[in-house]
Design a protein around this ligand. Structure first.
Ligand SMILES: *[C@@H]1O[C@H](CO)[C@@H](O)[C@H](O)[C@H]1NC(C)=O
Ligand SMILES: *[C@@H]1O[C@H](CO)[C@@H](O)[C@H](O)[C@H]1NC(C)=O
Ligand SMILES: *[C@@H]1O[C@H](CO)[C@@H](O)[C@H](O)[C@H]1NC(C)=O
Ligand SMILES: *[C@@H]1O[C@H](CO)[C@@H](O)[C@H](O)[C@H]1NC(C)=O
Ligand SMILES: *[C@@H]1O[C@H](CO)[C@@H](O)[C@H](O)[C@H]1NC(C)=O
Length: 514
């Protein structure tokens, strides 16, 4: 028996908005195999035979002619008294496959959960919504996408929970990675009392710098008119790993202390090596050294000044291993061209140039400087989510946790480090409310080494005051061996205790300064 009926739901009160529709639908026998890919900060789970009430609230801001929908799933028999809202992914603010996976995991564990579409009906196709007309962005939707509707979701979810269960949630959480991570930071900054706890990993903060920065190696390849083969970049990564692997005390094929690494690719130009992907021998070109080096150092302007961070040594630059590489190329027969991350060129075409047909392959060095400048000037106030003043979030007792892979191939981990360091200017004891974990070997949000206990640690912190310290990960090394390791609150890392013996033994690691 259930009371899954929209008639028991009072229209939530949102200032400046009008509720258009509240729909209800009883969902029974719901199943989904939720892998950790879809459930960041948690372990995966096999959700079977779940029953929940799907309450979807649609509303508009009358002066904006928008329709925003928040979809909430409320467990029928096994509510654990808590709310866990799911963040978005890529350009999608929510109600995309990734968010639905997160929602499935959440209901499977007894949480009430929710996701918002931010008014964007087709989030996977930015060409359909970003521009009103060539030269003009849809200001309302872009601001919604940037996060001005994120607090509405918290208000709606809590209101619907109150009406459905007859009481508010005991605790409310936000969960996400990447776009979802950025949304978590946005909430901590601008809506500090929306959630008790925020798990916000590999956050796409400083979006206006980060998104076009991903295009940096592509612009260089286009202007040089040279497209180094992925194997060349992979070879350089292998050399960097050989040189720097042991810096962290263990040789396992993984660079755990990239800051100690200062690998120089240029002396290797002209070296012959075997490209295993194509089963042939190759000679390392100078262009490959230039592109790998540029990917590691990050964009600079025409005068050589820093614009944005680069990626760590060891990350997949070519996309050969993760499917996404900022320096990826595609070759047909013997003709090669750049294969940029879609988000990088979509950002430039739609948001910066405001022309869906803009030919990004023609971007010059000077134009790139201008693109970076315009991007920041026009979008920092909408989507940066990079304000480190978390004073209010701290004051109201909020807690936040973040993991970020040291092998993140799209979002430079150094931007997240910088944010952590900047918080300290406002809250010196940052660790009293925020803990950030760098994860050796992990690529963007998921993969080898993905931490699966971040959310539970956050809950224990919020609910029991159990301060999170080290967290376990399982790291598979180059030989396929699974190693139990720990990750530690930044600036400490899980350090191998010299002479301890078996580096697969978790007892051989301790949290210490890198
Ligand atoms: C419930 O779902 C499972 C898996 O999708 C299916 O095999 C089963 O037949 C369903 N049961 C009912 C009663 O519909
Ligand atoms: C599925 O869930 C329903 C509702 O909670 C329950 O009555 C039923 O026994 C469950 N079926 C199985 C196979 O567990
Ligand atoms: C929940 O309801 C909304 C609105 O009707 C619908 O779009 C969505 O697909 C539903 N989700 C599920 C899991 O039933
Ligand atoms: C930081 O935020 C707090 C609370 O919102 C505010 O009172 C304070 O003025 C801010 N500090 C700075 C330097 O902007
Ligand atoms: C809080 O502590 C109680 C008592 O030790 C325990 O049962 C519960 O699981 C803890 N809750 C969390 C979220 O860790």
């Amino acid at each position: 028996m259930s009371n899954c009926n929209s008639s028991i739901i009072d229209p939530p009160t949102l200032s400046g908005a009008v509720i258009l529709l509240i729909s209800s639908q009883l969902v029974t026998n719901y199943s989904r195999q939720v892998t950790p890919v879809y459930y960041p900060n948690h372990d995966g789970l096999d959700v079977k035979n779940s029953s929940f009430c799907n309450i979807t609230v649609s509303y508009t801001h009358p002066d904006q002619s928008d329709v925003v929908s928040v979809e909430a799933w409320l467990p029928i028999d096994n509510w654990n008294g808590r709310l866990q809202v799911a963040g978005g992914s890529g350009l999608g603010p929510g109600r995309v496959d990734m968010s639905y996976g997160n929602m499935a995991g959440a209901v499977g564990e007894g949480y009430a959960t929710a996701s918002t579409d931010a008014g964007i009906a087709t989030p996977l196709d930015p060409y359909s919504w970003v521009l009103d007309s060539p030269g003009k962005i849809d200001e309302v939707l872009v601001r919604h996408w940037g996060g001005d509707i994120l607090n509405d979701m918290a208000v709606i979810a809590k209101s619907v929970i109150q009406d459905f269960y007859g009481r508010p949630p005991d605790y409310s959480y936000f969960n996400g990675c990447s776009q979802g991570g950025r949304q978590g930071f946005e909430l901590a900054q601008n809506h500090p009392d929306a959630y008790d706890g925020i798990a916000a990993s590999a956050p796409a903060i400083h979006w206006a710098q980060w998104a076009p920065a991903m295009f940096w190696p592509q612009m260089l390849m286009n202007t040089m008119n040279e497209y180094p083969h992925g194997c060349e970049l992979d070879f350089l990564t292998t050399l960097a790993v050989q040189e720097c692997d042991g810096d962290d005390g263990i040789v396992d094929g993984i660079i755990s202390s990239p800051k100690r690494c200062s690998f120089n690719p240029f002396p290797h130009v002209g070296v012959n090596f075997t490209c295993f992907l194509e089963g042939r021998s190759m000679e390392l070109s100078r262009a490959a050294a230039v592109i790998a080096n540029a990917s590691w150092t990050g964009p600079t302007d025409s005068d050589g000044n820093f614009i944005w961070y680069g990626l760590s040594y060891g990350t997949d630059l070519s996309g050969d291993f993760t499917g996404t590489g900022i320096a990826a190329i595609t070759c047909t027969n013997s003709t090669c061209k750049g294969n940029p991350v879609p988000l990088a060129y979509q950002w430039i075409q739609l948001f910066v140039e405001k022309n869906p047909d803009y030919d990004y392959t023609t971007i010059t060095r000077e134009r790139y400087d201008e693109i970076m400048r315009v991007s920041g000037a026009e979008y920092d106030s909408i989507v940066a989510s990079g304000n480190p003043n978390l004073t209010e979030f701290y004051r109201v007792g909020g807690k936040m946790m973040t993991y970020h892979g040291l092998y993140d191939q799209v979002i430079p981990i150094q931007a997240t480090e910088q944010y952590y360091d900047d918080i300290r200017k406002f809250v010196p004891d940052v660790q009293e409310f925020y803990r950030f974990y760098e994860v050796p070997g992990l690529s963007h949000c998921f993969g080898n080494g993905q931490p699966t206990t971040v959310f539970d640690a956050l809950r224990a912190w919020v609910e029991n005051g159990t301060v999170p310290s080290s967290l376990p990960i399982v790291l598979t090394d180059v030989h396929g061996e699974k190693n139990n390791r720990i990750i530690c609150p930044y600036p400490e890392t899980g350090v191998y205790i010299e002479g301890c013996g078996n580096p697969a033994d978790v007892a051989c690691f301790t949290c210490a300064a890198d």
